[in-house]
Design a protein around this ligand. Structure first.
Ligand SMILES: *[C@@H]1O[C@H](CO)[C@@H](O)[C@H](O)[C@H]1NC(C)=O
Ligand SMILES: *[C@@H]1O[C@H](CO)[C@@H](O)[C@H](O)[C@H]1NC(C)=O
Ligand SMILES: *[C@@H]1O[C@H](CO)[C@@H](O)[C@H](O)[C@H]1NC(C)=O
Ligand SMILES: *[C@@H]1O[C@H](CO)[C@@H](O)[C@H](O)[C@H]1NC(C)=O
Ligand SMILES: *[C@@H]1O[C@H](CO)[C@@H](O)[C@H](O)[C@H]1NC(C)=O
Length: 869
């Protein structure tokens, strides 16, 4: 098989699997995309790890194609390594069976005989990711980044270090599941981050998102490298991975290597240490103990030693107050046995006063490292560099559950760049709490009263002076938010759990999940959600209390275009889950789906999948979609509401929006905005027709008040107050009135007249009686009005009504629009099918798939795999 053929197969597969053929993400330098390097493959809507093999699953109705074997292979593009899907048809590679009557086993491509084991249609199952033990052993890493260590690809010319500014940075890296959360302290916010192997190959490259509120408030750079391939996880574990930060000007790039440091697990404060020389930089990893007040510094640095520092070289470590009069808290000379031109590590520990520990939380202490040669680096001790926040759903604690208090809520908080604790608490079901406090979870000892900052359901504020002991408790997850009354110690409560910040949790605010009546005990939850620059939706749900693992729930995303009668709800199941948390993502939402989220009213709904009852619901108010993810409509090119519903994997539910109301597909109604106009909804489009009044048999018909057409019945009755009349197709007609029936989508059928009998209130419709034809029926022309005419004009009275718009069509070739208007379909893109037509779909190298039959009915294609025995 030729190389070309393989490429074609790949493309076709990606498009048929129900995904638009996405172009490659733009490279770094293009503002539109965040992630520019993917060390993984996307196949349809699933992600495949580098090196994995699978059979193409084209989804219903095709199912898994066992002869199409795909692989995610690393592909080198200059310095970059990306994952690419290669699929090939292995049918021709099937070995000749060793017997006369080979059989095709289920899930196989090749016919085999008993004992034939060597076949290309077997893919090795990847062992499940050994995430758990990896996570324990290699959780935390740190790096010091300088310009010196920026790698160049082997053999490539080095960039002349001609620079006017020099950036330094320190990074922290935490593994969580298969994701590496990263954070940096650096002086100027970089534009991009790259993870690079020791030979300079770029394994992952991301454009950093613009400032989020969190990153603004904390002065940190935050992000995550999700789903790291096994191969690269090994590099991290073996400390063979580097990280590079990039700015607009390429020569400003700085790099550092990721190393594991034991004390990162207990780090409470960090410092970025900078010196005047371009290569001098470092970081302090600060751990403390408040029980016996003491401090432990792990200092990681580079570029401090001079040329004559070859062995047993001393460095002086000083910790001192930085505001006003300088006071030394600790000063120690440490000898470095083998000074390294790269990274050096020294550790210092000392007893300090509680006062000094608390100075640290106010950022009043600095660290300096200086060498004999006079080079020194220093920096302020700040909140630890890791990007994290603390959140909690608030609900009645177990001891109060039975009292059915209705107070629920949510809280989240983080330490800002000044070391202050910024908190947000949202309460539901209480107008004014007696006491709202930040407490120690176990004993409910109040650390801070948040009640004064409470108004309008929110307590937003800042605690400037959070001491080191409380900070320690906060990072350890020992603090809680408690709502109390004068009589009840704890009406609602939630323990603040630390979480890394990226994607969903980098959103400005979570949404409160409020319990519905079908939940017996009051419960609550919060949901973080955000759409990243690659148009993927990320979410994380946390529910209060304990949830049985047996209760399967579904997290749904719902949206309606706007709050109006009959608004169509689009509902999408994001994930099934059990327990009280779920975190996940939806890949590559289409521009139309995102438009709906951007312009509509969006809710999250958690349903019990067994009872199908809704348990908790949240209104997602702060939906923010990156502009690059939205389609660009010109003013006169805005799609009708219903068209937005046409995404492949969503239930088909068209409806029409007209004069502030939604109308179901097929409905007809009297226009509220235009007098004497009937409208209908057909294929999601509104069509309105002015009422056509029938010709009446009487000489002076009367036009009653509020009616569009005159009637022959002149009996006196107040027609502006019709409480009775005749109903036809959902419309009320006045007693005695006559009308042309309204038959969407054609409009008024002027070849028929209906009448509402004023005494019996029954409807009778009669077709126009056509005069006998002067010619043979077969040569008669199809009418000008309601009746056929003969080719030679004959004296036929033709009603003056507009031409009948029936659905009889001439059999000559019709335009695509006509076929579609008559319920035809285009599927797959480009092929046109008449309403009612049936066919077998074609799949790339397979040709027609006879086992699948598709049918076009009223604009909708349904395909089914034929069962065979
Ligand atoms: C973050 O700060 C920058 C610069 O001060 C500002 O332009 C931006 O709007 C801020 N973003 C948020 C989300 O607060
Ligand atoms: C509190 O903060 C949240 C999140 O920033 C915001 O949505 C809310 O409007 C604020 N409430 C008040 C009363 O300031
Ligand atoms: C109704 O019309 C009939 C015949 O056209 C006429 O005799 C009668 O007076 C009219 N009644 C009223 C209330 O106008
Ligand atoms: C309509 O008629 C009913 C009974 O015939 C009467 O009770 C009602 O007040 C009338 N409404 C108006 C708006 O005239
Ligand atoms: C109305 O209905 C009554 C009773 O069914 C019938 O006697 C009468 O002829 C009808 N009137 C018209 C105009 O059709």
């Amino acid at each position: 098989m030729s190389v070309n053929r393989i490429v074609i197969v790949t493309l076709v597969v990606a498009c048929i699997a129900g995904v638009s053929c996405r172009k490659h993400s733009p490279l770094l330098g293009d503002e539109a995309g965040r992630r520019t390097q993917a060390a993984e493959c996307q196949f349809g809507k699933t992600l495949k790890e580098l090196g994995s093999t699978w059979f193409a699953d084209l989804g219903p109705p095709f199912g898994v194609m066992y002869c199409i074997r795909c692989e995610c292979v690393p592909y080198h593009r200059k310095r970059r390594v990306v994952g690419k899907v290669h699929c090939r048809n292995i049918k021709h590679e099937c070995p000749k069976p060793s017997c006369d009557e080979p059989v095709l086993l289920p899930g196989r491509c090749c016919k085999v005989c008993p004992g034939d084991n060597d076949s290309p249609d077997i893919v090795e199952e990847q062992p499940p990711t050994a995430g758990v033990e990896e996570e324990k052993s290699l959780k935390h890493f740190a790096a010091v980044l300088t310009s010196k260590m920026t790698p160049t690809l082997e053999g490539a010319p080095t960039i002349a270090a001609d620079r006017t500014v020099d950036y330094k940075a320190t990074g922290r890296f935490t593994f969580h599941k298969r994701n590496l959360y990263y954070s940096f302290y650096t002086s100027v916010r970089p534009r991009g981050v790259q993870f690079v192997d020791m030979r300079g190959n770029i394994l992952e490259e991301q454009v950093l998102t613009p400032h989020s509120a969190y990153q603004n408030d904390t002065d940190k750079v935050c992000g995550v490298w999700r789903r790291i391939p096994r191969e690269y996880r090994r590099l991290v574990r073996e400390e063979r991975l580097q990280v590079t930060l990039l700015w607009e000007r390429a020569e400003l790039a700085i790099t550092g290597q990721l190393y594991r440091y034991r004390t990162l697990a207990t780090e409470l404060y960090s410092a970025l240490l900078e010196g005047s020389s371009p290569n001098a930089a470092g970081t302090a990893i600060v751990s403390v103990s408040t029980q016996a007040p003491s401090i432990h510094l792990t200092l990681v640095f580079t570029g401090v030693f001079g040329a004559d520092d070859t062995a047993n070289s001393p460095v002086t470590v000083r910790l001192y107050t930085n505001g006003g009069k300088e006071r030394v808290v600790l000063e120690e000379v440490v000898r470095v046995e083998k000074p390294s031109p790269d990274i050096n590590v020294v550790e210092v520990r000392s007893a300090v006063s509680n006062l000094d520990l608390n100075q640290m939380s106010r950022q009043r202490l600095s660290v300096t490292i200086s060498s004999r040669s006079g080079e020194s680096i220093s920096g302020v001790v700040r909140t630890r560099a890791t990007c994290e926040l603390f959140h909690a759903p608030l609900a009645a604690p177990p001891e109060n559950e039975d009292k059915s208090t209705q107070t629920t809520g949510m809280a989240w908080m983080y330490i800002d760049k000044l070391g202050a604790l910024r908190y947000h608490v949202r309460l539901d079901g209480v107008t004014q709490p007696d006491v709202l406090g930040l407490v120690v979870d176990r004993r409910l000892v109040e650390l801070e009263d948040l009640t004064p900052s409470f108004h309008n359901g929110w307590a937003n504020g800042t605690i400037d002076q959070i001491n080191t002991r409380h900070l320690e408790q906060l990072y350890n997850g020992e603090l809680a938010i408690n709502v109390a009354t004068t009589t009840t110690r704890s009406l609602a409560r939630g323990r603040l759990a630390p979480r890394p910040v990226a994607d969903a949790r980098d959103a400005p605010s979570p949404s409160l999940l409020v319990a519905t009546d079908s939940l017996p005990t009051p419960s609550s939850g919060l949901i973080w959600a955000a759409v990243d620059n690659e148009c993927n939706l990320h979410y994380e749900v946390v529910l209060s209390g304990t949830w049985s693992e047996d209760r399967t729930m579904g997290l749904y995303l719902e949206d309606i275009p706007l709050v109006a009668p009959g608004a169509p709800v689009t509902r999408r199941l994001l994930e099934e889950f059990a327990g009280n948390t779920v975190e996940g993502f939806v890949l590559g939402l289409t521009p139309t789906e995102l438009t709906r989220l951007d312009t509509g009213v969006v809710h999250f709904d958690i349903k019990d999948l067994h009872t199908t009852k809704s348990l908790l619901k949240a209104h997602w108010r702060q939906v923010s979609i990156p502009p690059a993810c939205l389609p660009h409509y010109s003013d006169n090119n805005v799609p009708p509401v219903s068209n937005i519903n046409s995404d492949a994997n969503l239930p088909e539910q068209t409806s029409c929006f007209h004069s502030d109301s939604f109308h179901d597909e097929g409905a007809q109604w009297v226009s509220r905005s235009e007098p004497c106009t009937m409208c209908n909804c057909h294929h999601g489009r509104v069509k309105c027709d002015p009422v056509v009044c029938p010709t009446l048999p009487c000489t002076n018909p009367t036009l009653r008040n509020g009616q569009c057409c005159p009637t022959c019945d002149n009996s006196t009755f107040d027609s502006s107050n019709i409480s009775q009349g005749c109903y036809l197709a959902g419309q009320l007609h006045a007693p005695g009135s006559s009308w042309h029936p309204y038959l969407p989508p054609a409009g008024f059928d002027t070849c028929a007249v209906c009448h509402c009998n004023s005494s019996s209130l029954t409807v009778r419709c009669m077709r126009t009686v056509c005069p006998p034809l002067d010619c043979d029926e077969t040569v008669a022309l199809r009418r000008v009005g309601c009746c056929k005419t003969c080719p030679t004009p004959s004296p036929v009275t033709v009603p003056r009504d507009p031409a009948y718009l029936g659905d009889q069509q001439s059999s000559i070739t019709r335009s695509k629009a006509d076929v579609l208007a008559a319920g035809g379909c285009t599927y797959p893109v480009g092929r046109l099918f008449e309403n009612g037509e049936e066919w077998h779909p074609r799949v790339f190298s397979h040709g027609e798939v006879k086992s699948v039959k598709c049918r076009c009915k009223d604009g909708v294609v349904k395909c089914e795999r034929r069962r065979h025995h």
